[in-house]
Write a protein that binds this ligand. Sequence first.
Ligand SMILES: Nc1ncnc2c1ncn2[C@@H]1O[C@H](COP(=O)(O)OP(=O)(O)O)[C@@H](O)[C@H]1O
Ligand SMILES: CC(=O)N[C@@H](CCC(=O)OP(=O)(O)O)C(=O)O
Length: 264
Amino acid sequence: MQPLYIIKIGGNIIDAESKLSHFLQHFSQVPGAKILVHGGGKIATEVSKALGIEPQLIDGRRITDAGSLKVVTMVYAGLINKNIVAQLQANKCNAIGLTGADANLIPAKKRQIGAIDYGFVGDVESERVNATILKSILSAGSTPIVAPITHDEAGNLLNTNADTIASTLAVALAKSYAVSLIYCFEKKGVLRDVNDDNSLIPEITPTKYQELRENGIIAQGMIPKMDNALQALQSGVKAVHIAHADDVLTITNHKEPAGTVLHL
Ligand SMILES: Nc1ncnc2c1ncn2[C@@H]1O[C@H](COP(=O)(O)OP(=O)(O)O)[C@@H](O)[C@H]1O
Ligand SMILES: CC(=O)N[C@@H](CCC(=O)OP(=O)(O)O)C(=O)O
């Protein structure tokens, strides 16, 4: 099967102009078929505060009321997505920006009210992804850049965690490509001490994950990232890495080990 890299980039890199531009230069050199999924939660939080809408996050997920939905749509689908596309075009990467509403790429269901009402937050399923449109974009030599905005097929946009979008697309395409999913962020990978880049944990299995979580070594935003990563691996994705944004080419060119690799 043809290789496909699905690379996710998060808020701390997107928020730093020079880090983002450095990453995009590298991303444009990743060989073969590739998809970029971006977040941008940090910028959405800043814009939200500037507009007087106090952001509220529970376990890394944003409570998205009608006002917050306007903010995240403007920030993710507009500001961030289009800036990334323009920068990739400047790097000779033929990028095409998409939300989950475009070409019915990612239909979602509004999260049902349980203990917590998340508001306009969408839950997604890999079976419902429009894999056909992604395959045709990739075979035309273009690179989809996916924003974390989905839709409910009834005219409403929904906010979906970007780590979840990346793993859902990876699973949806795993029948057609040998998919490697790479979560890129601002640290060397999963660390024993979150403040020490020399404490990299090179490999994690589901059993080790449980242990690291119980010990509080894996916490905050790393929990949904790990959950999504392991689920992708259990659903046919060939390889999953959690690594520094600067190491993307080291991983895709198989130069040397970098970041954390997940194993079943
Ligand atoms: N063991 C760990 N190793 C690395 N990062 C961790 C760990 N535990 C918690 N984290 C936190 O998880 C964050 C990454 O998750 P998140 O903020 O959601 O990033 P992104 O926006 O890139 O998806 C890191 O910035 C770090 O603060
Ligand atoms: C529902 C939900 O939480 N959506 C996320 C989408 C953005 C995101 O995931 O951004 P990062 O990858 O930069 O964290 C949010 O609004 O924060």
